[in-house]
Write a protein that binds this ligand. Structure first.
Ligand code: SF4
Length: 403
């Protein structure tokens, strides 16, 4: 049984009075068994969250490329009602308090500020109050500028622990927005929200995803977003290509065809998509690497990072977290270099081991040198040597574990 399966579904479906008859919007209240998703591993080298908790299912914006419309995210729901029926987890707040009270503080990705459901239920705001009260660091990825309504709480959480926010911006091109995300909040409003958060001392950046192939993946489109991020106080830009899965793939291709029939055919080539079959999940690896390197270069020109810095709390395992961060970052570098899969997996597994190891690597290295590091699962001779170099370089062993 899925953990989010409804325990009780409200028989009353509420209709939002602000919506026009042409685009009906309904809210369905229900209770869930569990709200916090505990990830098997931290999400490095991307968002670095260990937990996630979201109060709504479905999204009014209904972007054609939204990966949540397809696959496992809808948990068996009809994808056609993704943007007209918003399911509201009415017990999200009480469950969050209960479940977080039992968990070790680590970064939680939390909330959903889509309108009008958040205007009405304010579950995301109440969830932030709990995150603040329990001292958890917080990560948010959003398209909605409504997030600035809760700036007071974000500042408090940032003072007590840490906050990192990523605004999703696929491009600044009005024609592409109209084609693929016509009802999402305006990009200018997202950028203004970014500036407000940055002005309040919160780490902000952009998720330049999905990059629209062929018509939105050239240097000009990418640089526009990088420059806008810099101009609005952002510190980093994460980039990623468009993925294709199930209903989302069909809808995105249909949107491309409406924009330009020739574009749809080019996409078919890019995703190796035969008329009677399924597309590849993503474009070829070389295409993704080219985009990643280009964004890295553009970020360097504008003095931004192309990775989000990791939050690491103080404590005896700071060294492990730092070394794990470097190992995770190495997987991304190797991906951009088109390294062989086995090499990338070696670093990924080493990152997981180090991140989750309960004894300080600094102590192990001080006591037994490189041989001690090699005894950790999945750490071979060359990675052990690299870790030893990092430990020496940072003078972590001699300088202690403080950040
Ligand atoms: S705003 Fe985000 S969650 Fe909502 S439909 Fe668009 S991509 Fe999906």
């Amino acid at each position: 049984m899925l953990w989010e399966q409804a325990l009780q579904v409200s028989k009353t479906r509420r209709t939002c009075p602000k919506e026009s008859a042409a685009m009906r919007l309904e809210f369905q209240e229900y209770k869930v068994r569990k709200i916090v998703n505990v990830h098997k591993h931290v999400d490095g080298p991307w968002f670095w969250d260990k937990y996630s908790a979201h109060p709504y299912l479905g999204c009014r914006s209904g972007c054609e490329f939204c990966y949540e419309r397809g696959g496992a995210y809808l948990r068996g729901r009809n994808p056609d009602t993704f943007d007209t029926l918003i399911q509201v987890k009415t017990n999200a707040v009480e469950l969050l308090r209960k479940e977080l009270s039992r968990l070790k503080p680590d970064v939680i990705c939390c909330g959903d500020w889509q309108q009008p459901v958040e205007d009405r239920y304010q579950l995301s705001r109440q969830m932030l109050e709990i995150v603040r009260d329990l001292g958890f660091p917080l990560f948010i990825v959003e398209r909605s500028p409504l997030l600035t309504r809760d700036l007071d709480l974000l500042v408090e959480i940032n003072q007590r622990a840490w906050v990192g926010v990523v605004f999703s911006i696929s491009n600044l091109n009005p024609a592409l927005k109209q084609a693929f995300e016509p009802r999402s909040p305006g990009v200018k409003r997202r950028l203004q929200a970014m500036a407000s958060l940055a002005g309040a001392g919160i780490l902000v950046g952009t998720s330049l995803m999905p990059i629209i192939p062929v018509v939105g993946d050239d240097e000009t489109h990418l640089e526009d977003v990088v420059r806008a991020t810099k101009d609005h106080g952002g510190s980093f830009v994460l980039s990623g290509g468009l993925t294709m899965a199930g209903v989302q793939a069909e809808r995105t291709l249909a949107a491309a065809r409406r924009l330009d029939p020739a574009l749809a055919e080019q996409w078919r080539d890019l995703y190796n998509w035969q008329a009677d079959g399924k597309p590849n999940y993503g474009p070829p690896r070389a295409y993704n690497a080219r985009l990643g390197l280009l964004v890295r270069e553009l970020c360097a020109c504008h003095n931004l990072r192309d990775r989000m810095p990791r939050y690491i709390s103080s404590g005896p395992l700071v060294v492990n977290k730092r070394i794990a961060e470097r190992l995770f970052l190495k997987t991304y570098d190797l991906d951009l270099e088109m390294a062989r899969d086995y090499r990338i997996w070696a670093y990924r597994k080493a990152a997981w081991t180090v991140d989750e190891w309960s004894q300080s690597l600094a102590d192990i290295y001080a006591a037994r040198g490189e041989a001690g590091l090699r005894e950790l699962p999945g750490i071979g001779r060359s990675i052990a040597r690299e870790i030893a170099g990092w430990l020496d370089e940072e003078k972590i062993v001699k300088g202690g574990d403080s950040q």
